[in-house]
Design a protein around this ligand. Structure first.
Ligand code: XMP
Length: 473
């Protein structure tokens, strides 16, 4: 124990301004890599926690140019379903639109619509030939016992197009015919896709959206390293998740390294993110096993008590700095996970060498965060909890159908409530605005330049106090 290193965190340091040729924050490009193969226009990731990311948050994040990681504290089917909801949400062409049989009753069709979270259906025969379209309006018009075939708009009256139609042409047809859904059918009348007005409009509203090669929103999904994790991974790969995030508290462990290697051996094309680590050695070992990105952060999270309970951790700025040097050597992007409390911290984390930041608590209590709304004294709240908290552990046991006692469970996280605070877009804008500003102060027009030019100064406690606005008392 010859030398004990100094560990610094985000509030201990500041970026040093330098002469800048960047004239406006708007001229800054924040494009960065989430994994080796996936780029984001906005380098922000929502955390794989059960109070932060399911489909709604993942959709919002991808629309805004970031990405969400669906948490894994769900049954395999449920997690797959969340991924599917994102993949189907916004696409220029729905490749396999849902179809229903004409003999179904309206009550059955309504139940299907609610289950699949859609507003209408194509009506098809067993050979997938298009028979008609059942719209939300058609569904309103009928009674429960009516058959779909008596309510649908029949094929003869539908406007359809060939599968190869361009988007501009599709937009023209949709607006000229004043319709909302354009089924694509081949020469035999079989369904080959669907273009909807809603998807076209959304594509224009979200120019930065993170999309795959087919125009669908991207989404990542978490897996563990024990039990049925390979079965889960297989189901998520089949559901076309864009990345798997191997998420365990201590990622620099033999079990995690072996699991990364196993995932990459089975699905070499799949992007695999691994973590969490807090040292350069951790980054090297996970990258060596094939990880396409490494997540950094032991204990900085808002709801974390790991450092208090286990006495383990590295203050997050030093962890990112140390890991970034290793990440550059081995060529994998880093995700700085946890400890982002305000916009300035994003600039600090990325300036220190992270490619993206993962955010939990700042995204809690948002419209898109999962969980019930709790009402108390006229105010509304949503729960935010560490995934190693007692209540999260209890929920996990219940999910697995186990009644084990939690008496021996050593929690490393807490549960808390955040007041409802509107859509996540507002805070994402604030975080990106801060990053853009930070980059412009150090003459960085791109993330690569930012890494090259960022210099930090340490501040004392008095310096940190000076950084906050004073109060006139
Ligand atoms: P923030 O600060 O954004 O951090 O709320 C989110 C990150 O916290 C981590 N996390 C935990 N860490 N015990 C821990 O030590 C826990 O129970 C726990 N739950 C979440 C996780 O890395 C997340 O992304």
């Amino acid at each position: 124990m010859s030398e004990i290193a100094l560990g610094l965190t985000y509030d201990d340091v500041l970026l040093v301004p330098r002469r800048s040729r960047v004239r406006s924050r708007r001229d800054v490009c924040t494009r960065s890599r989430f994994t080796s193969a996936i780029e984001l226009e906005v380098p922000i990731v929502s955390a794989n926690m059960d109070t932060v990311t399911t489909a709604s948050m993942a959709v919002a994040m991808a629309q805004l140019g970031g990405i969400g990681v669906v948490h894994r504290f769900l049954s395999i089917d449920e997690e797959v379903n969340e991924v599917r909801r994102v993949k189907r949400y916004l696409t220029h062409v729905v490749a396999e639109p849902y179809g229903v049989a004409p003999q179904l009753t309206l009550a059955q069709a309504r139940a299907e619509a609610a289950r699949l979270d859609v507003t209408g259906f194509l009506v098809v025969d067993p050979g997938q030939r298009l028979l008609g379209l059942l719209t939300a309006r058609d569904m309103l018009a009928g009674d429960d016992g009516d058959r779909v075939e008596t309510l649908m708009t029949p094929f003869e009256r539908l406007v359809t197009a060939a599968p190869g139609i361009g988007l501009d042409e599709a937009r023209r047809v949709l607006t000229a015919s004043r319709i909302e859904k354009l089924p694509l059918v081949d020469a035999q009348g079989r369904v080959r896709g669907l273009i909807t007005l809603r998807d076209l409009a959304a594509a224009e509203r979200y120019p930065l959206a993170t999309r795959d090669g087919l125009g669908r929103l991207r989404v990542a999904a978490a897996v563990g390293i024990r039990g049925d994790y390979l079965e889960r991974a297989e189901a998520l790969v089949a559901a076309e998740a864009d990345a798997l995030v191997l998420d365990i508290a201590h990622g620099h462990a033999d079990g995690a390294i072996e699991a990364v290697a196993e995932l990459k051996r089975r699905w070499p094309e799949m992007e695999v993110v691994a973590g969490n680590v807090a040292t350069g050695d951790g980054v090297r070992d996970l990258a060596g096993a094939g990880a396409d990105a490494v997540k950094v952060g032991i204990g900085p999270g808002f709801a974390c008590t790991t450092r208090l309970v286990a006495g383990v951790g590295v203050p997050q700025f030093s962890a990112v700095l140390d890991c970034a040097a290793a990440a550059r050597e081995v060529g994998v992007p880093l995700i700085a996970d946890g400890g982002i409390r305000r916009a300035g911290h994003v600039a600090t984390a990325v300036g220190a060498g992270a490619s993206t930041v993962m955010v939990g608590s700042l995204f809690a209590g948002r419209d898109e965060s999962p969980g019930d709304v709790v009402r108390r004294r006229g105010q509304q709240f949503k729960v935010y909890r560490g995934m190693a908290s007692r209540s999260a552990a209890a929920a996990r046991l219940a999910l697995e159908g186990r009644g084990d006692s939690l008496d021996q469970y050593v929690a490393e996280g807490e549960e808390m409530e955040f007041p409802l605070r509107g859509p996540v877009a507002a805070i994402v804008d604030e975080l990106v605005g801060g990053l853009r500003s930070g980059m412009s102060y150090v003459d960085a027009a791109s993330i690569d330049e930012f890494w090259e030019k960022a210099r930090f100064v340490r501040q004392t406690e008095a310096g940190a106090r000076e950084s906050h606005p004073g109060s006139p008392d």
